[in-house]
Design a binder for this molecule. Structure first.
Ligand SMILES: Nc1ncnc2c1ncn2[C@@H]1O[C@H](COP(=O)(O)OP(=O)(O)OP(=O)(O)O)[C@@H](O)[C@H]1O
Ligand SMILES: [Mg+2]
Ligand SMILES: [Zn+2]
Length: 374
């Protein structure tokens, strides 16, 4: 088990372990415990949010030999459960539409589906990235969904539900997965680091969570990197946010905050020099701009609705950093802040095509300082 990547090692094996997606878990577990299973489910939503995990859990629960009526959790001990967990069940068929466009698989599925499951109650078909099925395969699937045999359950999973044919969507019970929030991701990372017996401060987990884009899988991969790296620090030391900022390629919030000061104090030469010095030191300007935009956004939101430090929009800042941000937000006029934000958003776009990466930023600085303060 030791060198399994975290997200495989810790794939939830019970519904209770799933973080977020409450309404989906609720509806599925109700269906399982009451025996009212649909024949076709559609799981749509961003990557790494639990679609495959819940599809496999469903397969396990409906076929578990120890599960009693009225219960929903699989036992994870019976032959059916263990076969599924070890990936060798004959009655759980996973088709990856992305790799083969699924023609042969779906044909096989159409021919094979009439046969009852070998050992279990249900045959479960999980079709991943099903928006990528070829037209023929999708039509074949549609035929099958029109009259699914009572022993079949389909779970179609996709990150791009808008690319699915409507006739397929309308034959499925649809669940929309959502991105996970920063506190939810932190909760998950805490559980894993505890199981891995590593000491890591909350601020470090917060940094990881903030950089996962709402995907638990991505957060677990980042944690993996951090743990590999911290192996070089020695076991006993606690991993701190400071230690991993570079590793995650993160831009120091202090740099962004200092730059924001130059903007609010109308110090164009200082701002431009500052940027050039950073570039010489090898700072990734694209990352810097991203961080800056996020920072200015926080300032704007803070100014308009006055959120608290615990708010997820703000999380990732220390108490001192938050106080500094608050001060900057109140120093700026709302209109100026809004315009500056727009200028740097534009600059971010232009940077991709500019032969001199800092030029769009420099222009934005100059424009920003021309904004009239009423
Ligand atoms: N809601 C969740 N609760 C707990 N762990 C999760 C959740 N979502 C994802 N994970 C973790 O991330 C890993 C990957 O999740 P999963 O394979 O279910 O994602 P997915 O939605 O199918 O993503 P993709 O669209 O990329 O296939 C899981 O093994 C698990 O460790
Ligand atoms: Mg998946
Ligand atoms: Zn079981």
């Amino acid at each position: 088990m030791a060198n399994l990547v975290l997200y495989r090692k810790y794939r939830p094996q019970t519904f209770a372990e799933i973080i977020g997606q409450e309404h989906i878990v609720q509806t599925l577990t109700n269906a399982i415990s009451s025996g009212m299973i649909s024949h076709a489910y559609l799981f749509g939503g961003p990557r790494g949010t639990g679609k495959t995990t819940l599809a496999r859990l469903l397969a396990k629960a409906v076929n578990c030999q120890n599960r009693k009526d009225g219960e929903c959790e699989p036992c994870n001990k019976c032959p059916s459960c263990t076969e599924i967990m070890e990936g060798r069940s004959m009655d759980l068929i996973e088709i990856d539409a992305a790799s083969h466009r699924g023609i042969d698989e779906v044909r096989e599925l159409r021919d094979g589906i009439r046969f009852a499951p070998t050992k279990s109650k249900y045959k479960v078909f999980i079709i991943d990235e099903c928006h990528q099925l070829s037209k023929d395969a999708a039509n074949a699937l549609l035929k099958t969904l029109e009259e699914p045999p009572s022993h079949a359950i389909f779970v179609l999973a996709t990150t791009e539900i808008h690319k699915m044919i409507p006739t397929i969507i309308s034959r499925c019970q649809r669940f929309d997965f959502r991105k996970l929030t920063v506190p939810e991701i932190i909760r998950r990372l805490e559980i894993i680091s505890e199981k891995e017996k590593v000491k890591i401060e909350k601020a470090a987990l917060e940094l990881i969570a903030l950089n996962s884009g709402g995907s638990i899988r991505d957060s677990e991969s980042l944690l993996d990197q951090v743990l590999t790296f911290s192996g070089t620090l020695g076991q006993k030391t606690e991993i701190r946010a400071e230690d991993i900022k570079d590793l995650l390629g993160l831009v120091e919030i202090n740099l962004v905050s200092q730059f924001t000061d130059f903007l609010s104090e109308n110090k164009a030469p200082e701002a431009i020099n500052f940027l050039n010095e950073l570039t010489e030191k090898g700072l990734d300007l694209q990352e810097f701009t991203k961080a800056l935009i996020n920072y200015l956004r926080q300032a704007l939101i803070l100014k308009i609705i006055g959120i608290k430090a615990e708010d997820p929009i703000i999380s990732g800042l220390t108490k001192e950093e938050f106080q500094k941000l608050q001060k900057q937000a109140s120093d700026f006029k709302e209109e100026k802040l809004r315009q500056i934000l727009n200028l740097f958003l534009e600059a971010e776009n232009k940077m991709r095509y500019s032969s001199i990466p800092q030029l769009p930023l420099e222009l934005a600085i100059i424009e920003a300082l021309k904004i009239e303060e009423e």
